[in-house]
Ligand binder design. Structure first.
Ligand code: AVI
Length: 315
């Protein structure tokens, strides 16, 4: 198979992560590599499947409480969004702000960022939009001329749950540094609930989540010249009660070997590759987590079934 031409630095980072992750006792692939073009499209499709409640529930919470959320950010806010908002959630919040000073979407995908900023400029013609291309899971500086009087942050989608505790704390501290004392942070988090609902959300009947998970092996084959035999692996969603997380695994259903770079990995039947954790919180755990990063919970909004919460924090 031809190795496709991708950015060299990116390929090296991917290769390093794959070799390191597959050398562990519990084989692992970091979840950020799930999102190539195909993976991002599949994730978009997941957000529309019946079993995946988070997206529609969070959208509903934002819609029903938009006025209060707008008030929480205050007048003339500089709104920084982590992960480029192009979607409906961003528009709900932007529409609710009183005389926003400017909107600053931050995303690692520069092209996507520009396209989504253009779309928002059409809808919010008076709003200044200043996209920043950066990986928000690592430290980065905001432009020095960004107004600092009232800054707010928005991080919908419960993506915090995909980070380990250390990374989550680092992100919370980074955002606090960005907004400064008195700044607000509105964040979406997925709540603990019955295991059946949780597992169904990560193993939909139509098999979209399975395709999303398996796509990481296709990506390794395409971008790193790997030799994974896809039919030897199957998607599985598991509840890890200790970590309070739904985990995605690729289970080896037929013993196999796969070469990546100079290495060959052996997979025994039943062995798994852990590809993602999606942590679920209750509001008390979440308050403890944010307090340890210098935030206080100001207010939270949820849906009638308490599936999901949107929480306003103050620095
Ligand atoms: C992006 N993230 C919040 C999703 C989640 O629910 O953890 C990713 C996902 N993985 C499988 N389905 C959705």
């Amino acid at each position: 198979m031809d190795i496709v031409d991708i950015d060299f630095g990116q390929r090296e980072a991917f290769l390093t992560d794959v070799l390191e992750g597959l050398s562990r006792k519990q084989k692992t692939l970091p979840s950020r590599w799930l999102y190539d073009d195909e993976g991002s499209e599949l994730f978009e499709a997941i957000t529309g499947v019946d079993e995946y409640y988070p997206t529609r529930t969070e959208t509903r919470i934002l819609n029903e409480n938009a006025a209060e959320i707008g008030t929480a950010f205050g007048k003339d806010v500089v709104l920084i969004e982590y992960g480029a908002g192009a979607g409906v959630k961003t528009e709900i919040v932007l529409s609710a702000l009183e005389t926003p000073e400017c909107y600053v979407p931050v995303d690692i995908a520069g092209d996507f960022l520009e396209t989504s900023a253009e779309r928002l400029r059409e809808r919010f013609s008076d709003l200044r939009i200043r996209p920043i291309t950066a990986d928000f899971t690592a430290d980065f500086d905001l432009p020095s001329d960004l107004p600092g009087d009232n800054r707010g942050a928005f991080f919908p989608g419960s993506t915090l749950g995909n980070l380990c505790r250390k990374e989550a704390r680092a992100l919370l501290s980074r955002v606090r540094g960005h907004v400064g004392p008195g700044g607000r942070f509105v964040i979406g988090i997925d709540l603990k609930k019955d295991i059946e609902t949780l597992l169904a959300a990560y193993d939909d009947k139509a098999g979209v989540t399975a395709a999303f998970n398996l796509n990481i092996l296709t990506r390794i084959n395409r971008e790193l010249g790997g030799s994974f035999d896809l039919p030897s692996f199957a998607h599985e969603a598991r509840w890890n009660s200790e970590a309070s997380a739904v985990e995605m695994h690729l289970v080896c259903v037929k013993s196999t070997r796969a070469a990546v770079g100079q290495r060959t990995f052996t997979f025994e039947g039943g062995e798994t590759i852990h590809t993602e954790s999606s942590r679920k919180y209750d509001l008390d755990d979440f308050a403890t987590l944010v307090n340890s990063s210098g935030w206080a919970v100001e207010k939270s909004w949820t849906d009638p079934r308490s599936l999901f919460a949107v929480v306003a924090l103050t620095a």
